[in-house]
Design a protein around this ligand. Structure first.
Ligand SMILES: *[C@@H]1O[C@H](CO)[C@@H](O)[C@H](O)[C@H]1NC(C)=O
Ligand SMILES: *[C@@H]1O[C@H](CO)[C@@H](O)[C@H](O)[C@H]1NC(C)=O
Length: 362
């Protein structure tokens, strides 16, 4: 504002122009797309992309207390399961939409935020309804009900036509499934009594297919669907199943690989069957495993324990400020708690998947 109250000489005009170009050009050149083509980012999933929806639920699966959020804006614990930003924020920001993707259930959410997107994700959820039920969190189908409510709110704010355009032109990202295998299948006997690991994967992929068909019916067209990370390598699974040396549990990783193969084939089928849709399977397994196998390439020193507490089991309420063992230099860690990566690790993975996969949805 100050600038325009001064008499503007051509030289200051020129420097203003140069400044504007410096700010605007890199984004335009890097991404080569027109921001107005992607009005919003809509996210479904689990703790990898939950910005705090669980805060208002009666569940133990939450983290809106320190040291979570230690490196977030104003060091604020928001319910994000990391020390800083999470992948939903990073993707919104890389798309040039906004810096942070808010939680749909945030009581402070401003109606204007709906126009550029929200996350419906709920930590602890899965493709299997039972997974959310065990943890008292929102199932993927509960999240879909909230999305229907969202569309109605959008119509009320912008009118039918613009709301329909936002729904059909937006990018949808879904990151879910880890808790089905890690918690429900390997962590309890509830599903193992009726399924072997292969038939459970088929069951999950069947559930996934019906979810994406419903999402399509509601108007979504550009959907990025993430596979699973190497779940046998997260610190908690190393502790619980990795033996005295806390190795990556190979059979858990193999289960993730087999599930990913089935999911990626199902995504291909959906992509051809649902006309006018672009469905992209996103492989996060490879880049995640790469971080764990080549940590020094990225300046990491520790891959098998998390920063919070002893790093071997602590997550959610057990990762708190009363725990004296929390690390001081988080930049050396791939994992923040015993399940979730640090902001730095997330950033490396998201940069890679953005170029390789999310870009194809723009
Ligand atoms: C960006 O997209 C809008 C809407 O589709 C269009 O009107 C505008 O001309 C585009 N701008 C550029 C630079 O392509
Ligand atoms: C999960 O629950 C929803 C809502 O109750 C239901 O429509 C869906 O069929 C269930 N999915 C599976 C795989 O049981």
């Amino acid at each position: 504002m100050q600038l325009f109250t001064m008499p503007i000489h051509s030289s200051s005009m020129l420097s203003l122009l140069v400044l504007l170009l410096q700010i605007l050009l890199p984004t335009a050149l890097n991404h080569g797309y027109n921001r107005s083509e992607v009005p919003a980012l809509i996210v479904f999933g689990d703790s990898i992309v939950d910005p705090g929806n669980n805060n208002i639920l009666t569940t133990l699966v939450k983290c809106n207390f320190p040291p979570y959020g230690r490196d977030f804006l104003q060091h604020k614990p928001t319910g994000r399961f990391s020390n800083g930003k999470i992948p939903s924020d990073m993707i919104a920001s890389a798309l040039g939409i906004k810096e942070l993707l808010p939680a749909y259930l945030d009581p402070q959410l401003k109606p204007q935020e709906l126009l550029t997107g929200v996350s419906f994700a709920s930590s602890g959820a899965g493709y299997d309804n039972l997974t959310a039920q065990i943890m008292s969190v929102l199932s993927l189908w509960d999240q879909l009900e909230l999305f229907k409510e969202y569309i109605e709110k959008l119509k009320a704010i912008t009118g039918e036509e613009r709301a329909a355009r936002i729904v059909s032109h937006s990018i949808y990202i879904v990151i879910i499934g880890t808790d089905d295998l890690a918690n429900t299948y390997f962590g309890t006997t509830l599903r193992r009594a009726h399924y072997n690991v292969a038939s459970y994967a088929d069951f999950l992929v069947g559930s996934a297919s019906s979810f994406y068909q419903e999402l399509y019916k509601l108007g979504a067209r550009k959907i990025g669907i993430s596979g699973l990370p190497p779940i046998g390598c997260v610190p908690a699974q190393r502790t619980l199943a990795g033996g005295i040396y806390r190795d990556c549990e190979a059979s858990y990783n193999q289960a993730a690989i087999n599930f990913n193969l089935k999911l990626s084939k199902a995504v291909e089928v959906l992509n051809t069957e649902l006309s006018g849709s672009t469905m992209v399977y996103i492989d996060i397994y490879t880049s995640f495993l790469n971080l764990i196998q080549r940590p020094f390439d990225y300046g990491f020193m520790e891959t098998s324990t998390g920063c919070c507490g002893t790093g071997k089991l602590e997550v959610a309420i057990f990762c708190n400020d009363l725990n004296p063992y929390t690390c001081t230099d988080v930049s050396k860690y791939v994992f923040w708690d015993s399940y979730h990566p640090t902001e730095k690790a997330y950033k490396i993975i998201i940069d890679r998947i953005f170029n390789d996969y999310v870009h194809r949805l723009i």
